[in-house]
Design a protein around this ligand. Structure first.
Ligand code: NDP
Length: 269
């Protein structure tokens, strides 16, 4: 994951937003979108060459595959290391199910997803470092809340069942929409095409929407402060990025970009 603590104003994105603002009729959701994208976009992926804080070159870049693996790995390794320490351990099966879900997400993100990236843009080292720091701290906090000496038992009730279902739907949706994006490129190809299929028919940030649902479900099920904070961090990170992607697509593809498509929430926003 990318931490919201490395968010920056990215000039190219702001320009794209302004263009789309001029071209469109005024509406509350669009102004909200512009405000979000003005606030924060991490300079990686399609924005990795953009200026951040007015500076265009923030040091070396790391190949996308390596960056994703290294920056996500702490959330897989830290819980496993912590759980074998004295005083740690899962108090009941529900805690185990939730931690397993967390670990499965990061096993995919750190080990499987990077191997399948096609033509991903390199990541600035400082972005990778801040994401690494976030996954390190977050891995410890989530593992601690579920299996640390201070962990409470998560009740096996409707909130747990509903949250787990939401988590699973979000996780599967996220992986599916990541795969749709991957399929837009042939091996060795770079560049961008208009995403098609699934929720991309409705929103530009379909993979992000699913990831937000995933961690919201996790928070509902866990009911721990750390899970709720994590879900909000994900939302504050990915919602502005979806808005920026949407403006970027509209600026790049113009009339060819489906006009009914929204940034993040189908039909609304
Ligand atoms: P993007 O959607 O920007 O990119 C995903 C991959 O698809 C990249 O390799 C990108 O290439 C490629 N791609 C994207 N759009 C197109 C297109 N139109 N045509 C061709 N290829 C395309 O996602 P992110 O890189 O920001 O995130 C990747 C995953 O990580 C997502 O599932 C996201 O939900 C998750 N994530 C989670 C966060 C969290 O806070 N939990 C934070 C950030 C990401 P390129 O690199 O060249 O742009």
């Amino acid at each position: 994951m990318r931490t919201p603590c490395h968010i920056h104003r990215v000039d190219g994105v702001i320009d794209a937003t302004r263009q789309s603002e001029r071209a469109s009729t005024a509406s509350a959701p669009r102004y909200a979108g512009a405000a979000l994208s003005l606030g924060a976009v991490a300079p990686y992926g399609r924005y990795s060459n953009e200026k951040a804080l007015g500076i265009s070159d923030w040091g070396p870049k790391v190949p996308a595959q390596l960056a994703w693996c290294l920056q996500e790995l702490p959330s897989l390794v830290v819980p496993l290391v912590c759980l074998v320490r004295p005083g740690w351990g899962l108090p009941n099966a529900t805690n185990g199910v939730l931690l397993l879900g967390f670990l499965a997400h990061y096993a995919n993100r750190a080990l499987v997803y990077p191997l399948r990236i096609r033509g991903g843009a390199p990541t600035p080292l400082y972005v990778m470092a801040s994401a690494f720091t976030f996954t390190l701290v977050n891995g410890y906090l989530q593992a601690g809340a579920l299996g640390g000496p201070w962990a409470d038992e998560v009740p096996c009730d409707a909130a747990f069942g509903g949250g787990v279902l939401l988590f699973l739907a979000g996780a599967l949706g996220n992986a599916y929409h990541d795969a749709l994006l991957r399929a837009l490129r042939e091996p060795g190809e770079t560049g961008y095409k208009i995403p098609v299929g699934g929720l991309f028919e409705y929103v530009s940030g379909a993979n992000y929407l699913c990831e937000m649902v995933e961690w919201a479900g996790f928070a509902f099920a866990c009911r721990t402060p750390s899970a709720h904070i994590f879900a909000w961090c994900v939302a504050f990170n990915l919602a502005p990025r979806a808005v920026s992607h949407h403006a970027w697509y509209r600026a790049k593809f113009g009339d060819a970009y489906p006009s009914q498509r929204r940034a993040l929430v189908p039909f609304l926003f």
